[in-house]
Design a protein around this ligand. Structure first.
Ligand SMILES: [Zn+2]
Ligand SMILES: [Zn+2]
Ligand SMILES: [Zn+2]
Length: 281
């Protein structure tokens, strides 16, 4: 149900690429958690998507505030949610500065279950007589295979299985973003055929009941056959960025916080956002 003029996605920033505890993990003495390589510091998983005039984020995890500060974001048109787990939801309260700056309600696109979680966890934002200073948000529904329009950017919501939970991934033109998946329905796999860029979760080498491990993620990457595949939602158990990334096949890489994908003509080119550039390993 696209309304008005629609723009294509032309920039994506990895705001966070870590699993639910982030990397480093508090108190962990492992090689990855003690690494000096800035790519081994992963905030909780989220991306920012931009068209010429629209900017959205997918999920507002516990690191949302730091992610907005790091990227110097001063305008945000909406949030699109994959699912209700805390590592994807916990930062919603920090949308308030955008309310103040934009003097507007921020749209949150959410499935019925995510809506329930938002209304429970942030009940004070949805009460009839709200205090000043609470998030000013409205919840708009996401349906399986439905379209999600934020400003002039339109995404398709694709169903994804996360353990026992049905959640959503998103396709924007020739780019797909899927996190926290442990299986993809056939309808979603067929919708991914032909994408140029696949962003997909890969937790660690060992199996896990609700996340693709590395081998499963590589198998999906091969089935989809995108020109570029980027893994995200990465645990410290994946090994250091440098050593693991070197083992991956051509066209497949570990994403890292601050990695930027920009459309140039028909190609997607990679770069680093300003803050990441300033702390190269
Ligand atoms: Zn997660
Ligand atoms: Zn560790
Ligand atoms: Zn999850």
């Amino acid at each position: 149900m696209a309304i008005g003029e629609v723009e294509s996605l032309n920039r994506l920033v990895f705001l966070g690429t870590g699993t639910s505890q982030g990397v480093p993990v508090i108190g962990c003495p492992c090689e990855v958690c003690r690494s000096n390589d800035a790519r081994d510091q992963r905030l909780r998983t989220s991306v920012m998507m931009e068209s010429a005039s629209t900017r959205l984020v997918v999920d507002t995890g516990p690191d949302f505030r730091m992610q907005m500060l790091r990227e110097g974001v001063t305008k945000l048109d909406g949030v699109v949610y994959t699912h209700e787990h805390k590592d994807h939801l916990a930062g919603m309260d920090d949308v308030r500065p955008f309310n103040y700056m934009q003097k507007a309600t921020l749209p949150l696109h959410a499935s019925a279950r995510v809506e329930q979680a938002l209304r429970r966890d942030f009940h004070y934002a949805f009460e009839e007589r709200r205090h000043g200073g609470v998030p000013n948000v409205e919840i708009l529904p996401i349906e399986d295979h439905g379209t999600v329009q934020v400003g002039r950017l339109v995404l398709s919501a694709v169903p994804v299985i996360h353990g026992k939970l049905p959640i959503h991934g998103f396709v924007a033109g020739d780019l797909a973003y899927i996190t926290d998946a442990s299986a993809l329905p056939a309808s979603t796999l067929s919708q991914l055929q032909g994408v140029e860029v696949l962003i997909l979760n890969a937790l660690r080498p060992e199996p896990h009941y609700s996340h693709f491990n590395l081998d499963q993620a590589l198998e999906v990457a091969a089935q989809v056959g995108a020109k570029q595949t980027w893994f995200t939602h990465i645990s410290h158990l994946m090994g250091t960025h440098e050593t693991r990334d070197a083992t991956l096949p051509a066209g497949v890489g570990l994403a890292y916080d601050g990695l930027v994908l920009t459309r140039e003509g028909v190609n997607w080119v990679t770069s680093m956002s300003a803050w990441r550039n300033s702390m190269r390993p």
